[in-house]
Design a protein around this ligand. Sequence first.
Ligand code: PLP
Length: 389
Amino acid sequence: MRNIQKIQILPSSTIAINTKATQKKLKGELIYNFAAGDPLIPNHDAITQAAINAVQKKFAPYPPIAGLPKLRELATSWMNSTWGANYQVENTLITCGGKIGIYTAIQALLKPNEEVLIISPYWVSYPEMVKLFDGRVRIIQTTPQQNWKITAEEIQKHATPTTSMLIFNNGNNPTGSIYTREEIQKILEVADKMDLNVISDEVYSGLTYDDNKYVSCSSFPEYQNRVIIIQSCSKNFGMTGWRVGLIFGNKELIKILTLLQSQSTTGTSIISQYAAIGALENAEIVNSYVRKEMQKRRNLFMDNYRRLFSQNAKNPASTLYFFAPISDFHGGEIDSGSFCENVMDKANVALVPGIAFGEDNYVRFAFSEEEESILKGLEALHSFCTIKK
Ligand code: PLP
């Protein structure tokens, strides 16, 4: 057996903080949870009803490995009509959430010692997944001045002859940045020139706010062979716990991922797949139900954040997150892990340390909890900072 300790895989720190918050809650303490990226909203009736109908059939066999044909068809036409893609059902795989899709795509595509470009700040799991498959992580730093976005030129500068993959997260967790069509076009041109596979993590595509428009890498069919799209019902349709991911790629890769799935998860729970059919049959309605609620929470969070901490804080364009400099809390001298620990211990406010995303001077807030909890949590953090001063 491979020794996980030897390759130094870190546990997911968002899950670690969330677990600590849950433990305190179980002891009866009131926790303000800004740590979990979970749109806390009742499932839309379209989801619940489809699942109830499936359960009432009293028949829940093993699923087809690649997903129910109806769900694959719906997912394919959703991608084509919503994001301008050009997929067929054979380009589509249903997985147990988007996360395992990223994991198996890396497993299928990466050879040991090949290098993977990861743009910082990055989603916590990317570097650890790459290490799990003996790949080498090459981080490219971005700055708030660039709106935390990478350019095609920088990708070209950092790629080496051993680089074989770029992990690109549009609708970025933790910064909420999104890329324009022109920026994506240039990035894909460079990836093509450098012969890089691109894992495009688009799980927040349906959560953009104000007038911001989302552009998917799938709307460039000329690069379809080297781009793997990671999609998910989790955030777009507010159904994280059902665990339904949607992966799109070239037909050969989808065959390999299906094979890996046949020897690992055996596919996604059939009841969850029916729930996802309910969501996708009403995709626009269900997504706008989640998006409108999250827009309200983002506005409430940001208005109060500006009132209490920093007038200059800019609204994130998408996702469920705000990435805040620790200096906003008069705590610039402290590392993000200690800051989050203090805040959790003394104010019962759960935040995720920026170091988990590659930026130690920051912390991540999720604004996906209910409005009252957002307000009280910000007030609790403010009181903590005031006492500390
Ligand atoms: N990618 C990003 C950037 C995420 O933030 C998450 C979840 O938080 C995922 C992928 C995985 O989502 P899921 O497995 O629920 O589809």
